[in-house]
Design a protein around this ligand. Structure first.
Ligand code: CP
Length: 318
């Protein structure tokens, strides 16, 4: 594997899950792979899980790790070519990226949608500049349109907990006070569409995701109907994708919050969320604390998804 930014980079999903479960059973078996190799993790945005789990995965593989928070202590970076740099950004990404590449063997990048330009966000302008100019393998630690390490961990978690071959998985929008990117739901949909699960997306009108991510999923605007018979409920907020409302909050309707009453409509479903989660906006205290909540094992599997991706990248460097 050279770069990892979408489900297409991981190949056969069954093989990937099998490898993940092997890695999980023996995390230090590949410690030799990362010897004298350095991972540089670059964060344009905050993180708890991605930062810790990816660093732990790299350490499991024997790598050295450097972490850079671009907005804390580094020069502010200009990202647009042609800009007269007489403002508050003293360094251009076009110099910074190859310099960063010269200090490491592999680069992880977190760069969320900025909601300044839908075209720039959906062209993945930032992470693609790292792929183009760093000279190193690059993997996404959540980019503008996708969060594949999260989706891979979600898939591993579903495979570990499913009790039928083809579970019903429901991705439901839930309310949130601030505008959040579409990366997690886009990515989750992309990965679920690559399985043979029954996959349903539910959200209020106006929150339609980009058609390339919806794929063959069934879209059901009635949340109660969508939840009927669900084996897994994956809750997430996202802002509007469609023009002219791109990046806007259209509703904070708490009738969409996942509660015990909502979960009673399901087939005793497991509850999932990528975290961080706003309690009693997205999900009630009772649901997230219930024995059917998978949020902690799901987060723990972030170490495993990162380790499989790093292992494959390192194998490509041998
Ligand atoms: N789920 C996730 O990516 O968490 P962080 O934003 O804390 O990394």
């Amino acid at each position: 594997m050279r770069n990892f930014t979408t489900v297409n980079d991981i190949g056969n999903l069954q093989d990937a899950v099998k490898e993940a479960l092997e890695v999980k059973a023996n995390r230090f078996a590949y410690k030799h792979l990362g010897e004298n190799k350095t991972l540089l993790m670059i964060f344009f945005n905050s993180s708890l899980r991605t930062r810790l789990s990816t660093q732990k995965a790299a350490l499991n593989l024997g790598m050295n790790v450097i972490v850079l928070d671009v907005n804390q202590g580094a020069w502010k970076l200009e990202t647009e070519r042609g800009v007269i740099m007489d403002g508050d950004k003293p360094e251009h990404l076009l110099e910074a990226v190859p310099v960063m590449g010269s200090y490491c063997d592999v680069i992880g990048v977190r760069a969320f949608a900025r909601f300044e330009s839908k075209a720039d966000d959906y062209e993945e302008k930032i992470i693609n500049q790292f792929i183009q100019y760093s000279g190193r393998p690059v993997f996404s630690m959540e980019a503008a349109t996708r969060h594949p390490l999260q989706s891979f961990a979600d898939l591993i978690t579903i495979e570990e907990h499913k009790t039928v071959a083809r579970p019903k998985v429901v991705l439901t929008w839930a309310p949130h006070p601030k505008a959040l990117p579409q990366a997690v739901p886009n990515s989750f949909a992309e990965w679920m569409n690559a399985t043979d699960y029954e996959f349903v997306i539910t959200h209020p009108k106006g929150y339609e995701l980009a058609p390339e991510f919806v794929g063959n999923a069934r879209v059901e605007y009635d949340q109660d109907k969508a939840l009927e018979g669900a084996d897994f409920v994956y809750a997430k907020n996202w802002s509007a994708y469609a023009d002219p409302n791109y990046g806007k909050v259209l509703s904070t309707d708490r009738a969409w919050t996942i509660t015990t009453e909502k979960m009673a409509l399901t087939n005793n479903a497991f509850f999932m969320h990528c975290l961080p989660v706003r309690r009693n906006m997205i999900v009630s205290d009772d649901v997230i604390e219930s024995p059917r909540s998978l949020v902690i094992p799901e987060a723990a599997n972030r170490e495993i998804s990162a380790q499989v991706v790093l292992k494959r990248i390192l194998e490509g460097l041998q």
